[in-house]
Design a protein around this ligand. Sequence first.
Ligand code: UDP
Length: 329
Amino acid sequence: MNEEKKVVLITGGAGFLGSHLCDLFIKKGYKVVAMDNLCTGDLRNIEHLFSHPDFEFYHHDVSKFVFVPGRLDYILHFASPASPIDYLKIPIQTLKVGSLGTHNLLGLARVKNARILVASTSEVYGDPQVHPQNEDYWGNVNPIGPRGVYDEAKRFQEAITMAYHTYHGVETRIVRIFNTYGPRMRLNDGRALPAFIGQALRGEDLTVFGDGSQTRSFCFVDDLIEGIYRLLMSEYALPVNIGNPAEITIREFAEEIIRLTGTSQKIVYKPLPVDDPKQRQPDISRAKKILDWEPRISRSDGLEKTYAYFRSLSKEEWFKDPYQFPKKS
Ligand code: UDP
């Protein structure tokens, strides 16, 4: 192990975003310590890194005390369930990893003198009454609804992160992540994009919730990862939105997936989940100004790459019971 190299801890390292961050930091010549309790993460996302001399994996739940021996320069806290289906299935774990987990990692950052970036979310804006959402908007969140466990954990996460910054002088960064897609998303996590592509692959109708007029703005994972890296390396401690402002209704999105996959299936309408936000679009002026960042990958290119990934999975994966995951621990 090269002692001169900077060391980065990535929690949720076996997850969708965490695994892409592991790849990025290995590519940039860091020593990467990935941590995951594998509740929703999957070792297949990082198995290609296990033979790399600068990569280590800890099977650990960051809601419990976290220790990493030796040097630590950066922490990226990306451990969390992140789909509405997960929040319903594992609400307490969702709350704990965003609150207790964040507390543990801030404590670790403090003793190691490391800079920490925490993954927050557009969910802190709830069902927004301001459109598009900029970082100064305080949000419209139902604390006791099904999404409350995620939204409030992330709001607490932001609060405790700022407190460690102002009270203990820890170097902190907060990214508010908007809807993101790409290879390594779980086909069965219930989110719109994997749900639609999975349905197309299995020859099922696409399930649009409500009348499909609700909007989202989808960012390709490579763009997001670049924005996160720039934020980590910046000197900016207040929250920054990272996402793609290209907004689309969910009905139009399902139609795009139908065209992309060439499926002959149709759209069927199902009830809208409780507290499903009606519209969402990031205002990325701050990211543009401070990080000189904006997304570069169009939705059509991003969707092609994502479809190629899902198609490359085995048929067995396509047909796995959609809501088998996550595991209780
Ligand atoms: N959605 C849908 N059909 C599905 C899954 C999701 O119409 O099979 C809708 C969902 O109700 C929401 C949008 O797609 O309005 C995005 O949902 P997702 O779970 O991807 O993300 P989030 O609601 O957290 O933005």
